[in-house]
Design a protein around this ligand. Structure first.
Ligand SMILES: CC(C)(COP(=O)(O)OP(=O)(O)OC[C@H]1O[C@@H](n2cnc3c(N)ncnc32)[C@H](O)[C@@H]1OP(=O)(O)O)[C@@H](O)C(=O)NCCC(=O)NCCS
Length: 150
C-alpha cells in the first residue's frame, strides 16, 4: 500500500482509464467518456498510481448537496490490497469537507465485492432500480452514506 499514490485525475489519464475500464466492466467507458468527466466542473475523480501505472479510480458528481459516485474500479492484478478502500476514504473525506449531506451510488445486485466494500464504510442499501443495468440486464441496489452533521 505504501507505494500507491492517490491524486486528482488529469486529462492525460483518459487513455489509461479507458484501458483499465475494459478490464473491469462488461460495458466500459470510452476515452471520450473519461475526457467528458475530466472537463465536467461538477465531477471529481481520483486515480491510484503504482510504479507509474494507473491501477484504479473513483469519481463522483456533485448534485446540489449530494454526491453521486459514478464509478470505482481497480485493476484485477491489484485487487484485495485496499486500493479501492483508499480511494473511497479519500472521496468520503472530500465530500464531507465540501459540505455534502450524503454520498449515494448504484451497484449491481450480484456485485458482492463492491457491495461489501461500500457496506464496510457504512453505506446502507436504501432502494432498488429494476432492470437498471444491461449486458447482462440486472437490478441495481441504491446504497447511501449519510455524511454526519453536514
Ligand atoms: C469492487 C472493487 C473496486 C474492489 O477493489 P479492491 O481494491 O480489491 O477492494 P479493497 O481491497 O479495498 O477491499 C475492501 C473490502 O471490500 C470487500 N471486497 C473487495 N473485494 C471483494 C471480493 N472479491 N469478494 C468479497 N468482498 C470483497 C471486502 O470487504 C474488502 O475488505 P477485506 O479485504 O478486508 O475483506 C474491485 O473488485 C473492482 O474493480 N471490481 C470491478 C469494478 C466494479 O465492480 N466496480 C464497482 C462498481 S459499483
Amino acid at each position: 500500500m505504501q507505494d500507491i499514490t492517490v491524486r486528482a485525475m488529469e486529462i492525460g489519464d483518459t487513455k489509461a482509464l479507458a484501458e483499465l475500464d475494459i478490464k473491469c466492466f462488461a460495458v466500459p467507458w470510452s476515452e471520450q467518456a473519461f475526457r467528458d468527466e475530466a472537463e465536467n466542473d461538477l465531477a471529481s475523480y481520483l486515480v491510484a498510481v503504482k510504479d507509474g501505472e494507473l491501477v484504479g479510480y473513483i469519481g463522483y458528481w456533485r448534485v446540489v448537496d449530494e454526491g453521486h459516485i459514478t464509478n470505482i474500479a481497480v485493476s484485477p492484478k491489484y485487487r484485495r490490497q485496499k486500493i479501492a478502500s483508499n480511494l473511497l476514504e479519500n472521496i468520503i473525506k472530500a465530500a464531507y469537507n465540501e459540505g455534502l449531506v450524503l454520498l449515494t451510488l448504484e451497484v449491481r445486485k450480484s456485485n458482492t465485492a463492491a457491495r461489501s466494500l461500500y457496506e464496510g464504510y457504512g453505506f446502507l442499501p436504501l432502494g432498488e432500480r429494476k432492470g437498471y443495468y444491461h449486458s447482462p440486464t440486472e437490478d441495481a441496489v441504491i446504497m447511501t452514506l449519510m455524511l454526519g452533521d453536514n
